[in-house]
Design a protein around this ligand. Structure first.
Ligand code: GLU
Length: 500
């Protein structure tokens, strides 16, 4: 913890409208880092007031993805906390009460305009090249008449009364002051006809009531940021520190990453959603490291950051407001580095599910040795089955076409396999020291190139053309299994030879 800093209270406030993607995960990570660094609190708040955009399952995915990344929250819907409930759909009465307060203070008003009227003025404004905005018709209604109409149950929304003159200055931590002319600000809706609050009211009220110290959110909120400042002001509340993160751009750097781009990238096998990262074989450590550097840097050199270093070194001052392009090759590069950093037992534990998913029955006794043999060669965890699945196969899937060639007939290959088995049978353990020289002599005797014989041995033991080093494989499989595999290969090749 940085002793100089007060404990931060930060919130990640996703709307359950889809799966957790790179952008959301980056926001959550920065929240988490600041909270942990200052010994503060990381709060999860579900912003589910927009029922039309609600996507089933997305809340489950958000939580699962945050947990996979290791970003455990301190207060939240399933955890409770001093400011429960943490789900906006359960806080309707709170927002309504606050909207009434704003009306009483003269900062908001009920608006009875019908959707048809609003649509009509909108079209007229567009035709006259104006930005669409509410024409403030209900702003100056007699307050008593308004109250009466509300009491009569007339459908209405509640709008914020933005100042019409002067200017408003909002202050973003990364961008400094942002000043707008008030005449450009719309009287935005705070409460919809159905009584539900919109983001502009709900999030401000919650951030205040939940004692949030830093609002870290996406750059898409910059246009309405001055209004948020005005809402705080209207209540007479002290503002949090506002941090609008950099936009994320498409990998080619051309334009913002849209929902459609995300789908396209996904089709290409690029992980856009956190849940894909796991399926595609990335470590959560990698993803956090990679996300952290998409808009933040420590210095120009350091790039490898385990979580504890991120917590220690992260700082809001070093966030960069310029748009950042998503760089997937960097993700791959980081993954290799983080994989090599793992303790071998840990690595073994991480790869096990990938074998199991492909239907392999993992032999725990050799798993750590297998892990050690492939750890430095693994770029993504999904590669381990191709590289080392053969260790856990009941019977090797031989590819005779790769073994039998002009230089080596099926019967010669069968004979070579039998001879190797005899040779191995005679040594107490199979190691480079005990068998390499005899194998080379055998190759001479059979009139084969040593490489050819080793190739045959590799195919016999693994069913693959490429594999981890042969002597590592044999020492992991053990003598009995090596002999069994040679025997199986010899039988198969003899069968082929007879049938020709
Ligand atoms: N619910 C908003 C969103 O998902 C949260 C924005 C914020 O962090 O204030 O975009």
């Amino acid at each position: 913890m940085k002793k100089s800093q007060n404990p931060a209270r930060v919130r990640f406030a996703p709307s359950p409208t889809g799966y957790l993607h790179i952008g959301g995960a980056r926001t959550a990570l920065y929240d988490y880092l600041l909270a942990r660094q200052t010994d503060g609190s990381f709060i999860l708040r579900i912003e589910d007031t927009d029922q039309k955009r609600y996507v089933e399952d997305s809340e489950k995915d958000l939580k699962r993805s945050l947990r996979w990344l290791g970003l455990e929250w301190d207060e939240g819907p399933d955890k409770g906390g001093p400011h429960a409930p943490y789900r906006q759909s359960k806080r309707k009465a709170i927002y309504q009460q606050h909207a009434r307060t704003l009306i009483e203070k003269g900062h908001a008003y009920p608006c009875f305009c019908s959707p048809e009227r609003l649509d009509k003025i909108r079209k007229e404004q567009i035709a006259q090249d104006e930005n669409p905005h509410y024409d403030q018709k209900c702003r100056n209604l007699d307050p008593e008449e308004s109250v009466q109409r509300v009491e009569n149950g007339e459908p209405h929304v509640i709008r914020f009364k933005s100042p019409n003159q002067g200017s408003t200055t909002a202050r973003d931590s990364l961008r400094g002051e942002i000043t707008v002319k008030n005449e450009t600000l719309d009287d935005i809706i705070l409460i919809k006809t159905n009584g539900l609050a919109v983001y502009h009211l709900a999030a401000m009220v919650d951030d205040h009531l939940m004692d949030i110290t830093h609002v870290i959110r996406g750059a898409e909120w910059l246009p309405t940021f001055p209004i948020h400042t005005l809402i705080y002001d209207a209540f007479g509340w002290q503002e949090p520190e506002w941090v609008h993160l950099s936009l994320l751009l498409k990998p080619d750097g051309k334009g913002k990453l849209s929902k459609r781009d995300m789908e396209e990238a996904r089709q290409k096998g690029q992980p856009i959603f956190v849940k894909d990262m796991e399926d595609f074989g990335y470590l959560p450590e990698t993803v956090n490291n990679w996300l952290a550097l998409m808009g933040w840097s420590y210095d120009d050199k350091m790039e490898f950051f385990p979580m504890n270093e991120l917590i220690e070194k992260f700082s809001l001052e070093k966030l960069n407001p310029s748009p950042a392009a998503i760089n997937f090759s960097k993700l791959d590069h980081f993954n290799g580095i983080h994989i090599r950093e793992l303790e071998v037992d840990d690595f073994a534990h991480r790869i096990k599910p990938y074998f199991e998913k492909e239907g392999y029955e993992v032999d725990e006794e050799i798993l750590t040795d297998v892990a050690a043999a492939i750890q430095t060669r693994t770029g993504k965890l999904t590669e381990v089955t191709d590289m080392a699945g053969f260790f856990f196969e009941e019977e090797v899937n031989l590819v005779p076409e790769r073994i039998i060639s002009g230089a080596l007939s099926a019967s010669q290959a069968a004979n070579a396999a039998r001879r190797m088995a005899n040779l191995f049978n005679e040594v107490p353990v199979i190691t480079r020291d005990t068998v390499e020289k005899p194998l080379r002599e055998l190759a001479d005797e059979l009139d084969l190139k040593a490489g050819h014989l080793f190739g045959l041995l590799r195919e016999t033991l693994t069913g693959q053309k490429v594999s981890p080093p042969l002597f590592d494989i044999m020492s992991i499989l053990g003598k009995k299994e090596v002999l069994d595999r040679l025997d199986h290969a010899a039988e198969t090749l003899e069968g082929i030879s007879k049938s020709r």
